[in-house]
Design a protein around this ligand. Structure first.
Ligand code: AMP
Length: 356
């Protein structure tokens, strides 16, 4: 596929219709591009702000081909888009990220093997194809272990922590008897992430590592940059750059890591798309992660990742969205709402950013 710059006026195709697609479409509009969203859900926050919306299943080949006919390049806002859909589109238009990146991130076993191959340390892990493998993990790694389905896990879903061999069978059933991995439990002191971007010329920039605080496995707060990381900041950025280059991907790669008591980095997972821990960049970095993705997808030069001011991001979950009048009244808060109708418990409804 061509490696040329797509000038403003062009169309970015986005697979996935969630808030990440919505904010990417808005960033595209700011640079004079139009967005075409492809998603199976009729109710898609991204579709509300897009030029065109194809509501179809990712396996609908004729819908994918028509979509490809209207866009200049294709990106994803959701890593569980079936790899086959992106592979098909990649034959017709530049796919940024490529399907290798998507396939690697979709399977926790491939992902961990890949991240180790580029220099990251991971928690000890082994593939799980039955309860006996969970028992081996407990024997080999000690108690507790965390068992995660290889595919389709998010926000702690598809994940079980267990302490004793007698729990192995129930854990396996709870995970739907799906191929999984078992990991040693990391007694971490903090969680951090790095978002790195790579353009069509192979140039790489990273946003500084940020600190993430979770509640009930869902991201609650990000502090950017992560305070007092010392040498780990540069190490995390360096490894993230290796990871994005090794996949030869163009776009954004977010990598989540743990910092241990002994001050070592242990990688957790990666996502080849914008990331919740990068939302602070919308108001407090020279270029937002969404604009950065648009630049990558459209073959433009990378934007500066300079931090304008240290900042905090907080997610607005479920019915907290009804606090919008108070949030709006605070002059220090930059409010971003996703236009979702239903405020289900724990659902990401919006976020806010504030200087710290
Ligand atoms: P994940 O779905 O892999 O992002 O995991 C969700 C959360 O579970 C992480 O952000 C951690 O807080 C926790 N977690 C996952 N894996 C481990 C592990 N091996 N050791 C300790 N905590 C973990």
């Amino acid at each position: 596929m061509s490696q040329e710059m797509i000038p403003p006026g062009g169309v970015i195709g986005i697979l996935g219709g969630g808030q990440l697609g919505r904010m990417t479409a808005l960033a595209a509009a700011n640079l004079g591009y139009r967005a075409h969203i492809f998603a199976p859900e009729r109710d898609s926050p991204a579709a509300d702000v897009a030029w065109q919306f194809t509501c179809a299943d990712y396996s609908d080949v004729s819908a994918l081909k028509s979509f490809a006919g209207t866009v200049d390049s294709v990106t994803v806002e959701f890593e569980n888009v079936p790899e086959g859909a992106l592979t098909l589109l990649a034959e017709l238009k530049p796919a940024r990220p490529n399907s290798l990146s998507l396939a690697t991130a979709q399977d926790r076993l491939n992902e961990k093997n890949y991240l180790e191959s580029v220099g990251f340390k991971a928690a000890p892990f082994l593939p799980v194809n039955g309860p006996e493998d969970i028992v081996s993990a407990l024997e080999n790694f000690g108690s507790p272990v965390v068992v995660k389905t290889r595919r389709f896990g998010y926000d702690g879903k598809g994940q079980v922590k267990l302490f004793e061999p007698k729990e192995a069978k129930d854990a396996w059933v709870e995970l739907g008897c799906s191929p999984s991995i078992a990991e040693g439990f990391i007694d971490f002191v903090r969680e951090i992430s790095v978002i790195t971007a790579r353009d069509i010329g192979g140039n790489i920039v990273s946003y500084p590592a940020v600190e993430n605080r979770h509640e009930n496995h869902i991201l609650r707060q990000t502090i950017a940059p992560a305070p007092d990381l010392g040498k780990l900041a540069a190490e995390a950025e360096h490894l993230a750059a290796n990871a994005i280059a090794g996949l030869d991907m163009v776009g954004l790669l977010a990598i989540e890591m743990f910092v241990t008591r002994e001050n070592n980095l242990i990688v957790n997972e990666m996502a080849p798309r914008p990331h919740n821990s990068g939302h602070w960049t919308m108001d407090f970095a020279a270029t937002s992660q969404f604009e950065q993705l648009v630049r990558c997808a459209m073959g433009l030069p990378l934007g500066s990742t300079e931090v304008l001011c240290p900042a905090e991001m907080q997610n607005i979950l479920g019915d907290e969205v009804y606090d919008w009048p108070q949030l709006l009244a605070d002059p220090k808060i930059h409010l971003h709402l996703y236009g979702k109708n239903e405020a289900r418990k724990g659902r990401k409804m919006g976020h806010w950013n504030r200087a710290i």
